[in-house]
Design a protein around this ligand. Structure first.
Ligand code: HEC
Ligand code: HEC
Length: 324
């Protein structure tokens, strides 16, 4: 009898503890303070710098605009910059249905600078709700606050577009666990461009190259497989494309690419090269890699990225690029 009583007590105790934890996660998290001291610049040089980062490095505008998936690499539809509405759902491997939000002034006009800053760098929105990390806030939280401020200055200058975006709906249990995802930012100072390796690493973090180029298991990057590719994307035009190995492994990675070849590969997609994305027929190879955005990266920034990628651990990992 006594043993039954003890088991019962332990059970009740565990249930209370679990209920307490769930309640804490559900009601007390996320708990990230606003940085009221955030100052957003208004001069044209800062806005231009923010525009460059938001379009060509951090690629905010890539996810927050309408994309034309009938063409290679899904170029954004001109005139939709920042309006949001791109869908990331279970078909693409996400635990729920998530929509990128309207980040033009039409939606953000009632947000304070500190609220936008907190959303971008920690994943907590104006109403203190957690954002799902499709929005790569954990990367932006490792950037220089002045770069984020410039990006905010730029999105504040976007043409306001009326576009009501549906609410994101995470599946259970992510609907509760999502509150544990926002984390305090770990800001750094942007390394000088002359410090090529450190600067290249910084750009790779901001651009989130590792995010797509590392295979994941249940939403977590596989340890030891950083930049080795194999992350699969179901494409709207059909088929599954895998990110490739961008470690310096000569056989399966980009070890044999020269700096020039690397830079030219990106620059072929730049606006000044006159590149026009060709149509993709259903079932043919398409790619989520935002080539048309990164293609406009400055040559020196691409060189720094290349230099840093030469220094990551070479991993032998052959990836099948496309399965129709
Ligand atoms: C990989 C795609 C992607 C990229 C890149 C991206 N975002 Fe997002 N963003 C999203 C998604 C999806 C959401 C909504 C997440 C959710 O509902 O949980 C979002 C939410 C937001 C929000 C919250 C808006 C609201 O109304 O709640 C802001 C602000 C924002 N993003 C700004 C940015 C900025 C600025 C950048 C670049 C520094 C950026 N995003 C880059 C996908 C992206
Ligand atoms: C949204 C996901 C995504 C992001 C972000 C991304 N990539 Fe990719 N990348 C891919 C996929 C998928 C492929 C394979 C298909 C293709 O070639 O486009 C690829 C291909 C490549 C290739 C190989 C080109 C070839 O033909 O062999 C290189 C090099 C590359 N990426 C580098 C980068 C770098 C550097 C970054 C960051 C600046 C980056 N990628 C960011 C998904 C991504």
């Amino acid at each position: 009898m006594r043993i039954v009583k003890i088991i019962l007590l332990v059970l009740i105790f565990s249930l209370v503890a679990i209920a307490g934890y769930v309640g804490y996660v559900k009601w007390a998290l996320p708990d990230i303070a606003l940085r009221k001291e955030v100052k957003i610049p208004t001069d044209s040089a800062s806005i231009a710098h923010g525009k460059y980062l938001a379009n060509s490095v951090a690629v905010c505008i890539d996810c927050h605009s309408q994309r034309d998936w009938s063409k290679l690499a899904g170029p954004i539809v001109l005139g939709t910059e920042g309006q949001g509405g791109e869908r990331f759902d279970q078909n693409a491997g996400f635990p729920g249905v998530f929509f990128s939000k309207n980040i033009t002034p039409d939606n953000l006009k009632n947000w304070s600078d500190a609220e936008i800053f907190r959303a971008i760098t920690t994943g907590v929105d104006k109403d203190n709700k957690a954002l799902f990390p499709v929005m790569p806030y954990m990367h932006y939280g490792q950037c220089d606050p002045s770069d984020i401020a410039d990006i905010i200055a730029y999105i504040r200058s976007l043409k306001p577009i009326k576009n009501e975006v549906e609410n994101s709906v995470p599946d259970f249990p992510i609907s509760i666990l999502i509150n544990t995802m926002p984390q305090e930012a770990k800001f750094v100072t942007r390394p000088a461009a002359s410090d090529k390796l450190a600067y290249g690493k910084y750009l790779v973090t901001m651009a989130g190259c590792g995010e797509c180029h590392t295979k994941q298991d249940k939403g977590k990057p596989l340890p030891g497989m950083e930049f080795a590719g194999g992350f699969e994307f179901k494409m709207p035009t059909g088929g599954i494309v895998s990110s490739v190995n961008i470690t310096p492994d000569p056989e399966t990675g980009i070890g044999n690419w020269t700096e020039e070849a690397f830079v030219n590969f990106f620059r072929q997609f730049s606006a000044d090269s006159g590149y026009v994305a060709p149509p993709v027929v259903k079932g043919a190879l398409n790619t989520p890699m935002p080539w048309l955005m990164y293609g406009n990266m400055k040559t020196d920034d691409l060189k720094a990225i290349y230099a840093y990628l030469r220094t990551v651990k070479p991993i032998h990992n052959k990836v099948e690029l496309f399965k129709p």
